[in-house]
Design a protein around this ligand. Structure first.
Ligand code: GLA
Length: 377
């Protein structure tokens, strides 16, 4: 299986943690369809940790879904999710236990991959807790990668080793389609800033087939749920979504999609921003200078499949900034006779035509997401 674009969907962990069950999953599937999330591209519904009984079945060695949370088993849940047109994801771990202490897949890789395939799983998030210290991470991810590739079903393999043990150096050998390049997110601006700035180190690793995963989105959590801390302002959530989209991270929603407010919907359903994330060329962004050399005001550009240029300015400092972006840096020299016509993707506003330099004003903790068309000057 080859995965060509960063996966999009929803994951249970950020809001619900261990409080998951069949009705939550069915209601979430319904909401994803009814709120237009599926139409916008959010196709995976992923159940994270805490879905299993604490012991495997003694006779078959298989994992068993929690009888109280999932009384009809996982195949029934998968069937419902599929009936709504969505794809179904689950979670396991390369260690003896998952991070929350449920059975992990260590030494059961092939049997678990087979079980997931029989249940109708399309996506497996695979964590890094409780692995025997004698085992190297790359081998453990390769074991599950191979098991999934031979289970008879296309299953997107989402590695979650948080960038530990130089994951970037070996992850592409494992068959993973995405890999967590950060530690865990929490619902705060400090966390968004920390994870976003860390991606500078990994821009060259990202690419088609194996995407850098900056962790699930916190947009719309508003300080409530399993990884809630202080919450963010609407502006900060917009910036968070912009950075994740621009850097090509998977877009996995983490809020309660059954109860989204209008501001949350406006952010998560912005088709122009999603298009930057899902651009078919999937090119690496490049730095186009930063505000007076300030590392916390990245000014990035990315060439899109149709010849347009996406420009992202992200303000992680605590005051307004107004950086310049020179056309020369974008690849347009003065003698070329070319200019750019620029649209603001959050406001929908046409900003006009620029020949030498473009200057943008970005409020504290804000972001500009622009799409520039190359035209004759
Ligand atoms: C780790 C992962 C999280 C989540 C939890 C579940 O911390 O990084 O995303 O899956 O485990 O226990």
């Amino acid at each position: 299986m080859v995965v060509k674009k960063p996966p999009m969907g929803w994951n249970s962990w950020n809001t619900f943690g261990a409080n998951i069950d069949e009705s939550l999953i069915k209601e979430t599937a319904d909401a994803m369809v009814e709120n237009g999330l599926l139409d916008a591209g959010y196709e995976y519904l992923v159940i994270d940790d805490c879905w299993a009984e604490r012991q495997r079945d003694k006779s078959t060695g298989r994992m068993v879904p929690d009888h109280v949370k999932f009384p009809h088993g996982m195949k029934a849940v998968a069937d419902y999710v599929h009936s709504r047109g969505l794809k179904f994801g689950m979670y396991s771990c390369c260690g003896n236990l998952t991070c929350a202490g449920y059975p992990g897949s260590f030494d059961y890789e092939f049997i678990d991959a087979q079980t997931f395939a029989e249940w109708g799983v399309d996506y497996l998030k695979y964590d890094y807790c409780f692995r025997p210290m004698t085992q190297k991470g790359d081998l453990l991810y390769r074991r599950m990668g191979l098991a999934l590739a031979n289970c008879g079903r296309d299953i997107c393999f989402s590695a979650c080793s948080w960038g530990a043990d130089q994951t970037n150096e070996w992850i592409k050998s494992t068959g993973a389609h995405l890999w967590r390049s950060t530690g865990d997110i929490n619902d705060s601006w400090a966390s968004v800033k920390e994870l976003a700035l860390k991606q500078y180190d990994y821009l060259t690793t990202n690419g088609q087939g194996c995407f850098n995963d900056m962790d699930m989105l916190i947009v719309g959590m508003n300080g409530k749920g399993n990884v809630a801390v202080s919450g963010c302002t609407e502006e900060e959530y917009r910036t968070h979504f912009s950075v994740w989209a621009f850097l090509g991270s998977p877009l996995m929603i983490g809020c309660d999609v059954r109860n989204m407010d209008e501001a949350t919907k406006d952010i998560l359903l912005n088709k122009d921003i999603i298009a930057i994330n899902q651009d078919p060329a999937y090119r690496q962004p490049f730095a186009c200078g930063n505000h007076w050399g300030h590392r916390e005001v990245p000014v990035l550009a990315k060439y899109l499949a149709d010849g347009d240029i996406a420009i992202g300015v992200f303000n992680f400092v605590d005051c307004q900034v107004d950086p310049f972006i020179s056309l020369d840096c974008l690849g347009i020299n003065r003698s070329s006779g070319k200019a750019i016509s620029v649209r603001d993707l959050w406001t929908g506003e046409d900003l006009g035509v620029f020949t030498d330099v473009l200057r943008v004003t970005v409020p504290q903790h804000g972001a500009k997401m622009l799409r520039a068309k190359v035209i004759d000057a």
